[in-house]
Design a protein. Sequence first.
Length: 220
Amino acid sequence: MQARRASRELAFILFSQFEKNIESYSKENIDDMIIKSVRVLKSSATDELKLSLGALMDMKNKISDYEAEHETNLNRPMDAANVAVPMVMTSDLSSRIDEMIEVAEKSLLALEIAEFTTLESQNEVKEYTENIIKIYQQHNKEIDGLIKKYAIGWDFDRLVKMDKDILRIAISEILYIKETPAKVAVDEAVELAKKYSTDDSSSFINGLLAKVIVECGIKG
């Protein structure tokens, strides 16, 4: 399921790069865009992990300072090592933060590998992403027509592009990828909206997809 989630996020980044005539993109164009999109994801994840790692290290330094400046340690001989002081216990906190720092460092290394594994020709992430794109290329008029029909009170051209792209991905899955339960496609679309779009987008997307499911008689 994590591979499918990665595929949706990758497809979302791809959709943001498409111009209006999506049917004109060849498989070679899309393969090239996938490579670039994976690098965007990797760069974003790397930046976030570096920020998290910095915050964790800063937290550990503050705990160390708190421990050193606690009256228990200030009253000890100069050459004596600091002892743990109540906080919860600084030793427990430091140990847990060490584990988190190690995880973050391993994650950074894993991201270096992810670019290559994601782009293997038989990889599930790449295949599922390509499937979503291919479906939308073939059925974009129908899919956009459903969005127009149920975006009641909204001008299609003035809808937030991120919302349209999330809906396009979800409707492609709901209508044409039978092994993906509709509920999963909706839940994942809502999560993408929460992550990338506006505060009101998740409820708008959830409601519109519910109408599509009812009209098309989709189960599950």
